[in-house]
Design a protein around this ligand. Sequence first.
Ligand SMILES: Cc1cc2nc3c(=O)[nH]c(=O)nc-3n(C[C@H](O)[C@H](O)[C@H](O)COP(=O)(O)OP(=O)(O)OC[C@H]3O[C@@H](n4cnc5c(N)ncnc54)[C@H](O)[C@@H]3O)c2cc1C
Length: 325
Amino acid sequence: MRTADAIVVGGGPGGSTCAWKLRHAGLDVLVLDKATFPRTKLCAGWVTPEALHDLELDPGDYPHSFMTFDALSLHWKFLGIAPRTRQHSIRRYEFDDFLLQRAGAEVVEHKVKSVREDGGYYVIDELFRCRYLVGAGGTACPVYRKLFHASKQRASRLQIATLEQELAYDWQDPTCHLWFLDDGLPGYSWYVPKANGYINIGLGGIADHLKAKGGHLRDHWRLLTAKLEQRGLVRCDDYQPGGYSYYLRGDVDNVRNGNAYLVGDAAGLATRDMGEGIGPAVASGLRAARSIVDGVEYSLAGIDEFSMLLGRSTAGERVRRWMLR
Ligand SMILES: Cc1cc2nc3c(=O)[nH]c(=O)nc-3n(C[C@H](O)[C@H](O)[C@H](O)COP(=O)(O)OP(=O)(O)OC[C@H]3O[C@@H](n4cnc5c(N)ncnc54)[C@H](O)[C@@H]3O)c2cc1C
């Protein structure tokens, strides 16, 4: 049996960030991921400057596709605004692999099925064991299912369903477009150009609301692609979107159980307004590592619950206060 100081289940941004900091502190760290990296991760791939700051990542040192937007084009019915805000786009296929390699931890391709506790250790599939266990396996994280699910179930009202596709595409419009509540979608759809000839298009909405309206994401997808075509943004004869669901942040009060920690989507930390999860995954990964290394409390306090798309402006602050009432 392979014994490590810490085992991180899941090598996405939450897991790799945690592993990176644990390695810095000199711990023997093993990352288990069911996928072979680089791997496809369904995601619009839009990252904030705050997330890059937390990752200590200077865009100039990042060797892969990277684009910066100084404004976003927001649409609602017939209205359109373009608030100034700095955002970036990356491709998760490249970004996650880069972060995982940078972490410097041993990575083993393995789909985790069982987790049990034994004499102060966590034993995984009778093959690996550790003193500290980090669940960073996204929505279906086995650490969440085995050690947290019974005491705290995620609220179904916070589940969002998505459909998206990243395509190699010679795009002409370098603007990032977002359409809100289009055709009754309880969420938004997007067109995000990427450097080196890629785009990501997709949509997501609160699953319960979609069900209550009798709507189907596939129908919204057809409407979205028709609109993109009509606007001359994308033309494609054979779309093959993929679906994934994850959770917006609710009252997350159970993210540590003994020496087991939950980070990122495993804990359900995506922002309530925009469903952005990369920044919260990174921030929670950093905090879990700090808790393991320094013995401090693992707390999510201060990790953004809202993206506040309109920036940290007065208007954005008002919206935030209103939503937090
Ligand atoms: C369509 C879509 C668009 C999105 N767009 C954005 C966006 O633009 N910006 C943003 O900030 N957020 C976005 N998000 C949310 C964001 O993708 C997630 O919040 C983020 O990836 C969470 O990171 P994570 O490290 O917690 O989990 P993940 O990135 O999901 O990583 C989890 C890892 O765990 C591994 N794993 C799972 N189960 C097991 C197992 N049993 N054993 C071993 N390994 C396992 C997986 O292979 C995976 O590599 C989007 C999400 C979707 C679905």
